[in-house]
Design a binder for this molecule. Structure first.
Ligand SMILES: *[C@@H]1O[C@H](CO)[C@@H](O)[C@H](O)[C@H]1NC(C)=O
Ligand SMILES: *[C@@H]1O[C@H](CO)[C@@H](O)[C@H](O)[C@H]1NC(C)=O
Ligand SMILES: *[C@@H]1O[C@H](CO)[C@@H](O)[C@H](O)[C@H]1NC(C)=O
Ligand SMILES: *[C@@H]1O[C@H](CO)[C@@H](O)[C@H](O)[C@H]1NC(C)=O
Length: 367
């Protein structure tokens, strides 16, 4: 009994809409307005023939902005991005592109190397991954001369999606890569896993109760007080546990413990600390539920961390957006609270009412 994967909890967290502002206002006044005329000093950067600038990494220490695009990685001057950019061209080779086309992928949009991961690895190097014409690859970038160590490309499976259109997020903590991605060509194996370091590879199971057609958007490292450092992941997915509307898309927060070494027997190399909860962002009494999370920003650190999420919903036939705010303490409370289990007899999910087993499902097992 009690494997971590059976846990699903409902989070009731605070949105930005307070009880006093029940009257809907889709036309709020921005806090800050900048007139177009005042934008003339704006610095911009672009390069002809390069598309899909999707990966941004700011290195404040060295005042650089690293940008990953389609088959290109740039190092820009943080204070003035229009100055002295450096470029690494990292293309998928023609034979890989040919294989990609042969497998039925689009030669205009899919069979390229889209840079999807770009982060600092150690004092001297960054780590980067690209879709590499549907055969993901990773490598190190030497910061000193901004060159790719491409003589030995590493396998990018589980570190970067195959499909450039798929949502993906990841981060490096202590030279280990935590990623939420798709582990196969077909995009049918969503996974949250740990890679790269000296620890064992750890992952989620390919079961809808763990992850069900997720669209990953963000991840954050949060330092704990007692060695309980956590990685949080944000995504939308199809819910399996709701009674009313089967497979409705909901927004999620999930976490794994950094020191998790997995369980015994069938849970070897599987996270025992994996928990997920629904992120609610809605307008009280209006039945507008923002179920699609688009982006998340973490402010502050440690137990004081606050997450701001941008959410999207359909309201009638218009797309509407909202920002909701969540304190880490509230998320932690939900993770320590009641949870659901799958009831074989009724073939559905319901609140677990038995005695809480020890260790509690989702507890951290570390070495
Ligand atoms: C890349 O950019 C092109 C042109 O803006 C766009 O049509 C295409 O959908 C983008 N591809 C991905 C995978 O984002
Ligand atoms: C970055 O831009 C600033 C502002 O223009 C300039 O003073 C500085 O020298 C630049 N740094 C590099 C390394 O080019
Ligand atoms: C891509 O495929 C289309 C249609 O199959 C073909 O007409 C075109 O020449 C191809 N483009 C490249 C760059 O291979
Ligand atoms: C950083 O990592 C790279 C790649 O493993 C390695 O070659 C380099 O020596 C490391 N740098 C330091 C300062 O440890």
């Amino acid at each position: 009994m009690g494997t971590a994967c059976l846990l699903l909890m409902l989070a009731v967290l605070s949105g930005i809409f307070s009880e006093t502002s029940l009257c809907l206002n889709w036309d709020p006044v921005p806090r800050k307005t900048i007139l177009f005329n005042n934008l003339k000093d704006i610095k911009s950067f672009s390069k002809i023939g390069v598309f899909n600038y999707t990966t941004l990494t700011l290195d404040e220490e060295n005042k650089r902005l690293y940008v990953g695009a389609r088959e290109a990685i740039f190092a820009l001057n943080m204070t003035d991005v229009s100055q002295n950019s450096k470029l690494i061209v990292w293309e998928a080779p023609p034979e890989k592109k040919a294989e990609c086309i042969q497998k039925g992928k689009n030669n205009q949009s899919e069979c390229f190397n889209y840079i999807r991961f770009l982060q600092r690895y150690n004092e001297t190097h960054m780590y980067t991954c690209g879709t590499y014409a549907f055969q993901p690859k990773c490598s190190y970038i030497s910061l000193e001369n901004f060159t790719l160590e491409d003589l030995v490309l590493e396998d990018g499976k589980g570190k970067c999606p195959y499909d450039p259109a798929k949502g993906h997020t990841g981060l490096i903590v202590d030279k280990e890569l935590y990623s939420a991605t798709f582990n196969n060509f077909l995009g049918t194996e969503p996974v949250i896993l740990r890679n790269l370091g000296q620890h064992r590879v750890m992952k989620t199971e390919y079961l809808p109760s763990w992850l069900n057609e997720p669209d990953f958007v963000a991840s954050t490292f949060v330092e704990g007080n007692w060695g309980d450092d956590m990685i949080y992941f944000f995504f939308s997915e199809r819910a399996v546990e709701l009674d009313c509307d089967n497979e409705q898309v909901v927004a999620r927060v999930a976490r794994v413990c950094k020191g998790d070494v997995g369980g015994a027997r069938t849970l070897q190399k599987k996270w025992t600390s994996f928990l997920k909860a629904r992120l609610l962002c809605s307008i009280p009494h209006q039945h507008v539920h923002f179920n699609k999370v688009q982006a998340v920003f973490a402010l502050g650190s440690g137990q004081e961390t606050i997450f701001f999420g941008i959410f999207q919903a359909r309201w009638g036939d218009v797309d509407v957006s909202a920002v909701c705010r969540y304190n880490l303490a509230d998320i932690t409370k939900v993770f320590n609270g009641p949870f659901k289990e799958f009831r074989e007899s009724a073939q559905k999910w319901g609140r677990y009412t038995g005695q809480i087993p020890t260790p509690r499902p989702g507890s951290v097992s570390t070495l």
